[in-house]
Design a protein around this ligand. Sequence first.
Ligand code: SAM
Ligand code: SF4
Length: 495
Amino acid sequence: MNSNLQKEKTDLLRRAVEVIEKSCLEQIWQAGLRRDPKNYHITVMYPPLKAMDQISEGTIFTDFQNISREFALYIHIPFCSGRCSFCYFHQIEKPKPKIILDYLEAIKKEIRLVSQKIKEQLDGITIPSIFFGGGSPTILSGDQFADLIEYIEKQFAFSAQTEITVEVHPEIIRKNGRALLKRYFENQVNRLNLGVQSFDDQILRTTNRRHTAADAVDVYNLARETGFTNVNIDLLYPLPDLSPWIWEQTLIAAFNLKPESVTTYFTAIRKPSSVYHLLQKAPARFPNEYMNHLFRIMTIEKAREEGYDHRQLIDWFVKPRKDFHYKHQKNEAKKTEEIQLLSFGSGVFTYLNYHQYYNFPDIRKYCASLNENKLPIWRGIKLTEEERLARAMVLGIKSGDVNIREIEERFNQKIDERYDSLLLNLEKLELLEKTNGNIRLSEKGILFADEIAVQFITPDMQNKLRQQNELITSEQELIENYNFMYDMSELNFLK
Ligand SMILES: C[S@@+](CC[C@H](N)C(=O)[O-])C[C@H]1O[C@@H](n2cnc3c(N)ncnc32)[C@H](O)[C@@H]1O
Ligand code: SF4
């Protein structure tokens, strides 16, 4: 039992402690799987930036071997009104109007160039989802947003069935919130993603969120008033000074609003963020590994109690509703090769034609490249069949279950033979269950989804990551800063 838990236990906390006690965490930790915010690899893509090489647009956009015609679009707006203490994402604080205008011109050009290149290769493409993320897309004015979405529609004819999501920062309630949400609604946006993170005002203050819990509730109500029927709330843990009691209050506040879904992110504490430095100076202000598991279990228990299903690529809890598809997350979760991911903007990654590539994170380089009519591709790689198989396993395991039959057919490999000792070890630790044609993470396994997914990285990729670690190039610092996952020096493999 953790000594920090001596205070009175609520019913939720008592249940979560019971689950955690049954999970034999120590045994799993000893086997080598650890969940530590400093070494946390958010498994949303594979392979990682560090493994990317120089690549030309010609190699990516010619001779399409992946002829899937479904494209999920991601549009990145890298601007914010300030810097939250936990955020390591590339963004520009308080951008000057001219920077925004230049960026919008550049992103439009990127959208046009890419759509032309794709149409030269494939006809009849469809767009199941478009996601405007950031940074804070809400930094754009209503007119700027309307102009951008109109432009996207000209290049990629989407339909009324396309799910269009915008990430909304609650701060808009004190500015142009009402007008902005109305503009989104009129411009075909049918899903909002509210970045709330916490419903505790003290935590919101110390993390420099620039809004209060009441603001978040107000913006949620305004979204409903405007007509939005699909709203997601993002929450984040661990944060400094977060206790199980504060976390429970945050969960209660979020589920009381009855959103269509709640997403809880596990904070990756990375060098570019100020919480990284706070953690070095005052580790006692941060929950320990046991507590972090406890927060996760509390969330799963609370969501279950409220009747939400758990989808695991990210911890995403959805209200089961027949008429909603939650396409973007479904696409993300699927991550198979049937849906290609096209991302636009600085620092984003795309999965297209069996290539993964990254755009320049530096917005000046990004705009300069497009000024010369060149795609702003920074680094990329063509995945071999071996790496495509690893990608399917890594992302599939992270999503909670893998359709083995489908993968075996696609790659002509016997998964049991290919990963025999690894699967055996995971089964012995009761982290994984095999049913006919499927591999599923067990209840215990779900607690270590990212750490288990990492085990499926190929030996070749591990070597590549090791070599890159030793490389000293002028771009090394940039790569280190933007390589948020799979740093070989930090990876834990099963002992
Ligand atoms: C990139 S942010 C953009 C959202 C928007 N700017 C906002 O803050 O409302 C998307 C989500 O990532 C999550 N996030 C932010 N920092 C994170 C970190 N260090 N580790 C994991 N997730 C994080 C937050 O939950 C956030 O809502
Ligand atoms: S969490 Fe969102 S608002 Fe805060 S700095 Fe990061 S991108 Fe900007």
